[in-house]
Every structure is written in structure tokens, then in C-alpha cells.
Design a protein around this ligand. Structure first.
Ligand code: MCN
Length: 796
């Protein structure tokens, strides 16, 4: 008997494959023996003019089939020689710049693609790359926010002050409110650059079919439809001539959101020009120096508050390091500036940011996308207010919360899409109480004293956030009930490990009344679902989940209509249980969905009822239309979902850390999370997402940074030097509790969950370490060695 699966901890169906090494990634796509491989010549300099490129020596190398530089791109199509698209323009981005697929006459970061070699194998291609001679005229490199602001050198000659954009928003009059507030504080906070490190780097395979005049692309992306559009436009093909398939993806975390990466155009172009299958696989060093980074931000905060810590005015100014180009426009700093306020309602808020060019790898949204920096600013401010007033940190937060009866709550800010930022639902006071209970907030002072008596230092931190999730514009779904009774569901977004095959099957099983194991989910294949947006902004559950729910509803309505006719019953009296449509109260009067699917098809097989085997084939049943006249044949449902606005998930994290008085080692004793993503489809998957996010957050807070020297060389472009946390550094267990305030904006009451775990990490660790050490922490990450140095500075 089918029971409701929404809300249940259903085991992930995909894990059997993944755990047994049967995942199928781009590198596993079967290619012909004579397929070609490629390597990219990347700039060794952060900023230089390209005077000359000499590829003569490459053409002599046996096994090399082609070498492309910018000069050659136009011979494919004129568009190929134009800059890559700017994906999310914004009126404030007065000086948006994107790179060329291959650098034209200037390089702006170490790692920028200059030439593309296609050869029999990767070894030959790499060797050939080493033979290309480039004459450079060196230019001064601009590295870091301070250098960009000083603007003694410019990244792009025509961008004054290195300022790509400046955006200001006001709610009320923050400077005036701060000036007259009983108390005022100022904070300067820095978050350094970091980047996500998916296990699978980027990779693309392309094959041109000259008979069908069609291009097939397999790529490791977060948006197959985005890549398809870019490839089609750049190569002068119709959308219908390009199929993009995204098989399993070994992690995206934002870096594969960018579409297209240069290689995603160069590989298809080479495949078409050479008439052979071409394959590119990014190596780890390439990932460090040529895939996107994020997080780098310098923030100045002024706040005015009353005796209870109530915010009267908040004035935030920050500088965002977006690297050498702006493929994703202003999305990261806009998110920081508009979602910084979290669950609080300052009466007056002013925010201004500058998005700055530097000669470093460009920025695209990385899990959390600007929110970790915003949360860090807001939560450090809360801690500073509490310390100043000598009040409990949780109490100061509580007086500033938006209350449950104030939803929908309009923060008075305008988001990227030009719409007002309105929170749909939440219960922050209840969430705080749950968090305090989970971490043992009220008991902590006694614990701290106990530990101090043993010579141990412990500290506790708390951080709250609100996250706009499930953004539009739309996502679609196609639900098809096969003649076997099995159900195939297609949605166009891609999947990188979030468990979509499981959760979407849960939704379909619930809506259709079929067995969970009879539902198969297909994602990221433009042949199945040509129109889709992609997986980012924690949107799959809300967007595709809703579309799938609606599409399944349609398929069900149709199934009931056909079954009612077959059973000579009223639709209203029918039910579907475990894939069988029956008359309520008369289970013997039934027909299975497979047979209903047969009936929906004008080309019908005649069935031997006993064996269910098709014995005859006929064209319809004269006099009996397969479906109602206004229906299309086939037992399927298709629908698109487009939300009014984003839905706002929220959460609170608390951590207890111990710091070693001698070595400054930081040990996590307890990590507690309370999260509200509305109705949960699968609590186990949501908890897995939170675990993954927290692990990533631990890395960001304590270890990971992109260490550039002043000439723009990335000094730690390998896992020998870039410290990702191992299992030994992430908490053993994470205590998680949920709160479910349903979103009124979508049919299932869902909000997103995929990024939440990472958002408050920097804030919560800074707070806990500060509490343990009695020091002021203003810059993240803070590794044991930085903590050690900070202690020494403090005692000087
Ligand atoms: N979910 C649920 N109930 C809810 C909300 C979500 O059961 N109320 C489930 C969803 O059905 C989905 C998962 O939780 O299986 C995450 O859902 P959602 O918040 O919609 O996020 P997306 O599926 O859109 O995933 C994107 C998000 C982002 S933006 C990044 S970055 C990220 C992340 O997910 N990258 C990931 N999680 C990742 N997990 C893995 N393993 N790999 C990545 O690259």
C-alpha cells in the first residue's frame, strides 16, 4: 500500500551506483578510438599584452591536429571571436567585461586561456602547448581589494578606478539614525577569497554528426540548457541542432554554473571543424587557476543601537573583488547587500558596494553566494553589540527579530530582478529557542567554568541567516507513464549529488499513487527537456519539485479520465494505489496504469489479459477514442512552474570550540543546526546537504584561502598547499533540528536547502573562537597559525 513519501527519510536511490563506482561522468562517456584530446595554453602572467603568438613549432608535432588562437576563432563563426556572454546584466554594472574564449590581445589573470591544441592524446597536446611561443608586454598586476581601490594601475584601461559597478540602497535614513543613536560601533571585517573544489573538475566531450547536421555535447555543468544556448549561438547553429547531455556530475558548488566556460565552446568548435570527437578534462591545477573563485570582500560597518541592542541604523559599505571579468554580473555582491540583514529588522539601513576588477580569476557564485560574507558582517555586528552592552548574544538577536505575525515581511530592498525583497514565512524566535536548547546555550557558562578549572579554553558562537531560495524564472517537468506501468520523469535541470533522483521520485509516487521504485528520474538532457534553467540558488526542490508535482497531477487527471471510461465508473470514485486504478470500495473493479497507458495510445496492442502479453496490434478501437477529444494521445503530463518571487529559508547554527592554549589547534566539540526549509521532501537528504555545507563551511572558516602574491601568482594551486578539511577536521556529529514554516508561494510549501549549511560558518566560528580566546577576530579564515599570530599580537 502506498503511503505518503513526502517528509520521509527515503534512502537515496542513486547511492548504490555511486558507492559501487558505477557513476557515469563525462570522463566515462564512450568515445571512439580515434577521438581527439586537447590541452590549453594558459597565461603564466596576471596582466600582460600579447604582442605575438607563434604556433609554428606546434604544427610539426606528430599527432597534433589543430591549434587555435583567437585569430582562428572567427573562421568558425564571427560570434566565436566575440567575448563570452554576460549572463546576468544589471544597470549598475556600468563596466561589465567578459573574457574571450581565447585571449585576444591581453591577458588579465594567470590561467586565462590563450591557445587550444587538439591532438591524438593529452600527452601530445600538453607537449605541443609547451612549444607555443608568446611574446608578452608585461603590465602591472592589480591584486586584492586594496590595490584595486588604490587604482594606481588599471585592470582594464577603459574602467576608471577598477570599479565595475557601484550600487547603493537605502531604507530610511541610516546615517541620521546612527548619529542620534544612544550607542554606536564601527567594524572592519574581511573575508578572503576561496573556491569550491568539486571532486570532478570541468570536462566536455563533443561529437559532430555531419549526416544529421547535429552537435552532441556532454559536459559537466549545472545548466545543460545554458551550455546548449551558448554553443548554438556562438556556433551559428539552431538550438535544435545541439543536444547537451549532463551525466553524473561529481560536484558543482557553483563553479559549473558559468555557461559557457571557454572549453565548452572550443571543444564543440574543434569537433565540428575536425569532424572528430573531441574531449577535454580539466586537471586540478587548471581548476585552481582558471575556474571561478568567490568570497573575497572587505566590509565596513557602522551601527547605532539602543540600550537593549535594538538596531536603529545600520550603514554597510563593502568592496567586492570580482576578479578580471564579470560573467555573472553583480549577483554575488547584490546577494550580500540584500540578504545581509538576515532575520533582523533594522529600522534604517544603508548599503553601498563597489565591485572591483583585479588581475585574478573571475568570480561566479560559490555555494552560499555572497551570503556567507553578509552573514559574517551582520552576525559579527550582533556579537559586537552584545559585547559592548554586556548582554547575552542570543538576547540581542532576539530583540531584533522579525516576528512570526509580520510575514510576509518586506525588507524594502530591491533584488537583482528588480523586485522587492519580501520574506514569505519563518519563525525566528522559535528557531532561536530550538538552537539554544540543541547546543546547550544556557548551560554553557557552567561548562566553560568547569573546563577552565581544568586549564582548557572553550567558546560558543551563534549565527543566524535567511536565504532567498528557489528563484525563477521557471522550471519544467515531463511525467510519462509507460505501458509497463513504470513512470519516467524528466526535468531539465542538472544534478550534482543532491539526490534529485530520489526526491523527485518521492513526489511523483505521492501524486500519482505509484510505487516509488517504479519511478525513474532523468535530469540534464536537453533531448528530454529542452527548456530549463539549471541547478543553483537552492532552486531544484522549489522549482523542479513544483513543476514535477504539477506535471504528475496532469498525468494523473488523464489516467483517471481514461480509466473511468474503461471501468465505466465516475472519475470521482476512482483511486490509484500502487499503480492500480480502482473504484473506491470495490477494489476488484480495477485497471493498472500500464494498461491505461496502452489505452491512451491510438496504436494499441491487444492484450492477453491473463499473461499481460501483447498478442495483437491494432490502430485504435473504432468508435472509442483513446482519450477525450480535447486530449492528446499518450499518458503523460507536462507543466512548467514559475514563482511569484523567491522563497526565504532560514537557519541558525551554534558551535562550541576548544582552542589549545599552546598550539592554537581549534577543535569542534559540538555543532548544532536548526533549519527551516518549509516542508521537507526528504529530511535525510536535507540533513546530508547541511552536513556537506557545514564541512565546506569549516574549510572556508578555518583553512581555505586563495593565496595570491602581489604579482598575481596563485601560490597554493594544489592540494599540497590549499588546505581542505579532511574528515578529521569536520565535526563528528552535527545535531540537526528542523522547523517547518511552509512557503505560501509554491504548491508543496517548500523552500530550498542546498546552500544553507555553509552560510553562517565564518560568523559562527569567529564568534566561538573569540569567546574562547577573549580576542577580537576581524578576518576570515582563521587557521590555527593565524590564531597563534593573533595571540602574539594581542600580548605585545
Ligand atoms: N530538499 C528537500 N526538502 C526541502 C528542500 C530541499 O528534501 N524542503 C532536498 C531537495 O529535493 C534536494 C536537496 O534537498 O534533493 C537540495 O535542494 P535545493 O535546496 O533545492 O538545492 P538544489 O537541489 O537546487 O541544489 C543546489 C544547491 C546549490 S546552489 C549548491 S552550490 C550545491 C548544493 O545544492 N552544490 C552541491 N548541494 C550540493 N550537493 C552536492 N552533493 N554537490 C554539489 O555540487
Amino acid at each position: 500500500m502506498t503511503t505518503k513519501l513526502m517528509g520521509q527519510k527515503v534512502q537515496r536511490v542513486e547511492d548504490q551506483r555511486f558507492l559501487r563506482g558505477l557513476g557515469r561522468y563525462v570522463d566515462d562517456v564512450a568515445i571512439e578510438q580515434d577521438a581527439l584530446h586537447c590541452a590549453v595554453l594558459r597565461s603564466p602572467h596576471a596582466h600582460a599584452r600579447i604582442v605575438d603568438i607563434d604556433v609554428e613549432a606546434v604544427l610539426d608535432v606528430e599527432g597534433v591536429h589543430a591549434v587555435f588562437t583567437w585569430e582562428d576563432l572567427a573562421s568558425c563563426t564571427p560570434q566565436m571571436a566575440e567575448p563570452l556572454p554576460l549572463l546576468i546584466p544589471h544597470p549598475a554594472l556600468t563596466h561589465g567585461r567578459t573574457q574571450y574564449a581565447l585571449a585576444k590581445d591581453e591577458v588579465n589573470y594567470v590561467g586565462e586561456a590563450i591557445a587550444f591544441v587538439v591532438a591524438d592524446d593529452r600527452y601530445i597536446a600538453e607537449d605541443a602547448v609547451g612549444r607555443i611561443r608568446v611574446d608578452y608586454e608585461f603590465l602591472p598586476a592589480v591584486v586584492g581589494v586594496e590595490a584595486a581601490r588604490a587604482a594606481t594601475s588599471l585592470v582594464h584601461d577603459d574602467v576608471p578606478g577598477n570599479v565595475g559597478a557601484r550600487l547603493e540602497q537605502h531604507v530610511g535614513d541610516a546615517p541620521a539614525a546612527i548619529a542620534t543613536a544612544p550607542h554606536r560601533l564601527e567594524l572592519d571585517l574581511t573575508v578572503e577569497r576561496s573556491a569550491c573544489m568539486p571532486m570532478e573538475g570541468r570536462g566536455t566531450v563533443a561529437r559532430w554528426d555531419p549526416d544529421l547536421n547535429r552537435l552532441q555535447v556532454w559536459t559537466s555543468t549545472q545548466s545543460s540548457t545554458g551550455v546548449r544556448a551558448a554553443v548554438a549561438v556562438k556556433m551559428g547553429l539552431d538550438l535544435g541542432q545541439v543536444d547537451v547531455v549532463t551525466p553524473d556530475v561529481g560536484g558543482g558548488f557553483g563553479v559549473k554554473i558559468n555557461h559557457p566556460w571557454p572549453e565548452e565552446l572550443l571543444v564543440p568548435m574543434a569537433a565540428k571543424v575536425l569532424g572528430r570527437t573531441v574531449k577535454f578534462t580539466e586537471d586540478r591545477r587548471e581548476h585552481f587557476i582558471s575556474s571561478a573563485h568567490e568570497r573575497g570582500q572587505v566590509q565596513h560597518i557602522e551601527v547605532g543601537f539602543d540600550d537593549d541592542g535594538r538596531l536603529l541604523g545600520l550603514d554597510v559599505e563593502f568592496w567586492h573583488d570580482h576578479g578580471a571579468y564579470t560573467p555573472y554580473g553583480l549577483i554575488v555582491p547584490i546577494i550580500t547587500s540584500t540578504q545581509l540583514l538576515g532575520p533582523y529588522k533594522p529600522q534604517n539601513y544603508k548599503v553601498v558596494f563597489e565591485s572591483l576588477y583585479t588581475n585574478t580569476v573571475m568570480v561566479t557564485p560559490y555555494r552560499g553566494a555572497g551570503r556567507p560574507q553578509g552573514c559574517y558582517a551582520m552576525e559579527r555586528t550582533m556579537d559586537a553589540i552584545a559585547a559592548y552592552l554586556g548582554k547575552d548574544r542570543a538576547a540581542v538577536r532576539a530583540v531584533n527579530f522579525i516576528q512570526p505575525d509580520e510575514f510576509p515581511y518586506d525588507q524594502g530592498l530591491i533584488f537583482q530582478d528588480g523586485r522587492e525583497l519580501e520574506y514569505d514565512s519563518g519563525d525566528y524566535p522559535a528557531m532561536l529557542e530550538k538552537t539554544k536548547a540543541l547546543v546547550g546555550w544556557d548551560e554553557f557558562p557552567a561548562f566553560k567554568a568547569e573546563m577552565a578549572a581544568e586549564g582548557r579554553q572553550v567558546g560558543i558562537g551563534l549565527a543566524c541567516y535567511v536565504e532567498g531560495t528557489g528563484v525563477g524564472p521557471y522550471e519544467g517537468a515531463h511525467v510519462h507513464i509507460e505501458t509497463s506501468g513504470k513512470v519516467k520523469v524528466a526535468t531539465g535541470l542538472t544534478t550534482q549529488g543532491q539526490g534529485h533522483a530520489t526526491v523527485f521520485a518521492q513526489l511523483v509516487a505521492d501524486e500519482l499513487g505509484v510505487k516509488f521504485e517504479d519511478v525513474e528520474v532523468v535530469t540534464g538532457d536537453t533531448r528530454r527537456m529542452p527548456y530549463a534553467v539549471g541547478t543553483f540558488a537552492s532552486r531544484a526542490a522549489v522549482m523542479s519539485g513544483s513543476a514535477i508535482h504539477l506535471a504528475a497531477k496532469r498525468a494523473k487527471e488523464k489516467a483517471l479520465k481514461i480509466a473511468a471510461e474503461a471501468l465505466e465508473a465516475d472519475e470521482k470514485d476512482l483511486q490509484i494505489i500502487d499503480g492500480v486504478v480502482s473504484v473506491k470500495g470495490s477494489p476488484g473493479t480495477s485497471i493498472d496504469l500500464g494498461t491505461v497507458s496502452v489505452l491512451s495510445n491510438p496504436l494499441r496492442y491487444a492484450f492477453d489479459e491473463a499473461s499481460k502479453a501483447a498478442t495483437q496490434f491494432s490502430v485504435g478501437d473504432p468508435g472509442k477514442p483513446p482519450v477525450a477529444e480535447d486530449e492528446e494521445p499518450g499518458l503523460e503530463g507536462k507543466d512548467f512552474y514559475s514563482p511569484e518571487r523567491a522563497t526565504f529559508a532560514s537557519g541558525m547554527h551554534a558551535v562550541i570550540v576548544e582552542t589549545d592554549p599552546e598550539t592554537a589547534e581549534i577543535t569542534i566539540l559540538k555543532y548544532a543546526v536548526v533549519h527551516d526549509c518549509g516542508h521537507l521532501i526528504n529530511p535525510m537528504i536535507v540533513e546530508g546537504q547541511i552536513h556537506g555545507g557545514v564541512a565546506q563551511g569549516v574549510g572556508g572558516a578555518l583553512y581555505e584561502r586563495m593565496a595570491y602574491d602581489e604579482s598575481g601568482q596563485l601560490l597554493n594551486a594544489s592540494f599540497m598547499d590549499f588546505l581542505m578539511p579532511y574528515v578529521t577536521e569536520v565535526p563528528d556529529g552535527i545535531d540537526i533540528d528542523h522547523l517547518e514554516t511552509p512557503s505560501p508561494l509554491n504548491p508543496l510549501g517548500i523552500k530550498g536547502a542546498g546552500e544553507a549549511g555553509v552560510i553562517p560558518s565564518a560568523a559562527v566560528f569567529a564568534a566561538a573562537i573569540e569567546d574562547a580566546e577573549g580576542l577580537t577576530i576581524t578576518a576570515m579564515p582563521i587557521s590555527p597559525s593565524e590564531l597563534f599570530t593573533l595571540r602574539q599580537e594581542h600580548t605585545r
